[in-house]
Structure formats: structure tokens, C-alpha cells
Design a protein around this ligand. Structure first.
Ligand SMILES: *Cc1c(COP(=O)(O)O)cnc(C)c1O
Length: 232
């Protein structure tokens, strides 16, 4: 592990966030970095923790649990991957897992609600939206999202739906991702006009977080730009 490299990357990401915020008149304090640590060692997580990164993102339950056992309880997580219903209990049980960003079906909502209740907690979640309509991506279709949000609001007392999340296609020119981010931001506004209270927009990864911030992201999920390339 090369600390200087990690330090440099973190500095770069922070300065890019500042630049994007400045461009559109936002305050960098509005942006939460979720450092996506999947496929990287816990050592690197410790390094970023020491450098004031508070939240880490994992997309596999097993890997999250393994790392959580290794690290101190100060580490905070967001779960960001497709979650199988039979593994929900491991997440809701983990007090330092602060959010499930990838609520992608009503059946999953029902299970998270049930398990959260058992653990006496209200689980913060984001509803994942498939903004590109890509068949291979999880998430609600844009057209069905508001309907789900309105129903879930009444139906699930142990879910706290904080906002929306999307994973956009990787495009060589990040500028081309802008329409997807706009779509998610519009959807949030539309939902709030209907009386919902969504505050978070989790959008943007290494390739396109600057565009996402310009379009209103409050959470950016950044892996490679902080940790370096993933080796599988
Ligand atoms: C891996 C992953 C990321 C981070 O991807 P990078 O391109 O490395 O920044 C963000 N969000 C989700 C859901 C991921 O699975």
C-alpha cells in the first residue's frame, strides 16, 4: 500500500468536488463521499478513515461482514449492491451499517422492514432507479418509482426512505451521462411535490461524479479514484 498515492488521490477527488460545486454554486459540505472499498484491503480503509473519510461502500454482504469484523466499530458503511432477501438480516443487525442504498424491489422493502423491526431500528434506505432502462440493471423503472414511494411510505414503518440512487452506464465521455442524472433529480423533485420528503440523490462514480454533482448529487460513490484499480 502506497500512502502517498492514496493521499494524492484523495486530494484530487476533494479538489474536483470543490470545482464542480463552485461551477454550480453549491457548497462542498453538501456532498457525502462514500468510499467504495470493494475488492480492496481493510488497510486502505483504515488509511482513509484516518484522513477523515467516514463512510465506506460495499456491494457484497460476505465481504462487508468480513471487513467489519476486522475493523473498529468506528467504521460506517453503506450497502450499495443488489441485496438478496436471505441476507438482509446481516445488514439490519449491523448498527454501523447506516444505509441500504440499493432498495430495488417491493419484496426487498418488505424484508428490510421486517428485519429492521426485529432489531428495533428504522433503516435508512435509498430507492434504486434504473434511469437507463438497461435490462441488466437492477432498480425500479422511472415510471413506477413514484407509485412505489407513495405506497412504501404508508406500508413500511421501519423504513426511512431518504432519497434515490442510480447506477448509470459507463460512457467514455462523462458528459453523456448527464441526462440520466437529470432524470433522477427530476424524479426526486416530482416526488417531493407529491408530498414525499426525499433529500438524498446518490449518483456519480469515478468516471462521472463531477457531472453528477453539477446535477445535484448529495452522495457520490467513489471507488477507483480513491483506492486505485480493482484486481479481481
Ligand atoms: C463499484 C461501485 C461503485 C464505484 O465504482 P468506481 O467506478 O470504482 O468509482 C459505485 N457504486 C456502486 C453501486 C458500485 O458497485
Amino acid at each position: 500500500m502506497n500512502k502517498n498515492k492514496l493521499k494524492k488521490r484523495l486530494k484530487k477527488v476533494k479538489s474536483n468536488i470543490k470545482k464542480s460545486c463552485k461551477k454550480v454554486g453549491r457548497n462542498p459540505s453538501e456532498i457525502t463521499i462514500v468510499a467504495v472499498s470493494k475488492n480492496h484491503f481493510s488497510k486502505k480503509i483504515k488509511f482513509f478513515q484516518k484522513n477523515n473519510i467516514d463512510i465506506f461502500g460495499e456491494n457484497r454482504v460476505q465481504e462487508l461482514r468480513r471487513k467489519n469484523n476486522k475493523l473498529n466499530s468506528e467504521v460506517k458503511w453503506h450497502f450499495i449492491g443488489h441485496l438478496q432477501r436471505n441476507k438482509v438480516k446481516y445488514i439490519t443487525r449491523m448498527d454501523n451499517c447506516l444505509m441500504i442504498e440499493s432498495l430495488d424491489s417491493d419484496r426487498l422493502a418488505k424484508e428490510i422492514n421486517k428485519r429492521a423491526k426485529k432489531n428495533n431500528r428504522v433503516m435508512p434506505v435509498l430507492v434504486e432507479v434504473n434511469t437507463s432502462g438497461d435490462e441488466n440493471k437492477y432498480g425500479f423503472q422511472v415510471e413506477e418509482t413514484i407509485d412505489f414511494l407513495e405506497k412504501a411510505e404508508n406500508k413500511y414503518d421501519n423504513l426511512d426512505i431518504r432519497g434515490l440512487m442510480t447506477i448509470v452506464p459507463y460512457l467514455d465521455n462523462p458528459e453523456d451521462t448527464r441526462p440520466y442524472f437529470k432524470k433522477l433529480a427530476n424524479l426526486k423533485n416530482k416526488a417531493n411535490k407529491k408530498g414525499l420528503n426525499l433529500t438524498e440523490l446518490s449518483m456519480g462514480m469515478t468516471n462521472d461524479y463531477q457531472v453528477a454533482i453539477e446535477e445535484g448529487a448529495t452522495i457520490v460513490r467513489i471507488g477507483t479514484a480513491l483506492f486505485g484499480e480493482r484486481k479481481y
